[in-house]
Design a protein around this ligand. Structure first.
Ligand SMILES: [Zn+2]
Ligand SMILES: [Zn+2]
Length: 243
């Protein structure tokens, strides 16, 4: 039975490294994954500080790992596969999953379908067949880690806005999610991408990831009006997350 050193929520605002046993044989539909690389996400702070997540829950929902073992019904993966795991687990067959809204999977009781335990040596994945993807050999762990949550969040904002080729886009704040929205807007063919960001390092990264213009938050509205001939943008993404 593998025992994992894992960061665990031990109370409101508290975590500790504890030893968690995992089964040698995962249950039906599950995979046991050995962590290669993980993150501390902003959402982890919410989980520890104020979300109704009970003490004893293993922390971490973004990871690249190596499959150790798979349960019955998991045919797409085998031990040794290097995988990324979606931060929100899905069954692939419930009504919501069939509609393409895997993040609100009914089988795994969204929003309780968050992956838990990625900040440990091992973690268990429910719905492994539909919640994991193999990593191509040519990509490093660091290049794919954000696919698990942050990149998919930024890209999903652009997808849900139904951005069309040539559209003008304003993306407010260029933290990790905003930067990924910028990359998503470029990928989906935006005509003009206006990033709103005041931190120089993030402004520079926004340019690297596809922003045409970076404007200061203090003048954002006036600059956007000027850049769009007073028309405003076709798509606006709020990626600040707080006021
Ligand atoms: Zn996250
Ligand atoms: Zn589902």
């Amino acid at each position: 039975m593998p025992v994992s050193n894992t960061c665990v929520k031990t109370g409101e605002g508290q975590v500790a490294m504890l030893q968690i046993p995992y089964p040698d044989e995962p249950g039906p539909g599950q995979a046991l994954v050995r962590t290669r690389l993980s993150t501390i996400c902003g959402s982890d702070i919410h989980v520890v500080d104020h979300l109704p997540v009970p003490a004893g829950v293993p922390m971490g929902h973004e990871a690249v790992g190596t499959v150790e073992a798979v349960g019955a019904g998991v045919t797409a993966f085998r031990p040794g596969d290097r995988v990324v795991v979606s931060c929100l687990l899905c069954c692939g067959t419930c009504r919501r999953c069939m509609e393409g809204d895997h993040q609100v999977c009914e089988t795994f009781n969204a929003p309780a379908n968050l992956l838990f335990g990625a900040q440990g040596e091992f973690f268990l994945v429910n719905g492994a067949q539909t919640s994991m993807a193999k990593v191509p050999d040519g990509l490093e762990d660091e290049q794919v880690l954000f696919v698990t949550d942050i990149m998919s969040t930024g890209f999903a904002a652009i997808e849900r806005a139904e951005l069309k080729p040539g559209d003008t886009v304003a993306i407010f704040a260029q933290g990790p999610v905003g930067l990924c929205a910028t990359a998503g807007a470029r990928t989906y063919g935006a005509g003009l991408i206006i990033a709103v960001e005041g931190i120089p390092e993030r402004a520079a990264m926004a340019k690297r990831l596809g922003a045409d213009v970076v404007v200061d938050p203090a003048n954002a509205v006036a600059e956007i009006q000027r850049l769009t001939g007073n028309r405003g943008v076709d798509v606006a993404v709020e990626a600040l997350g707080t006021r």
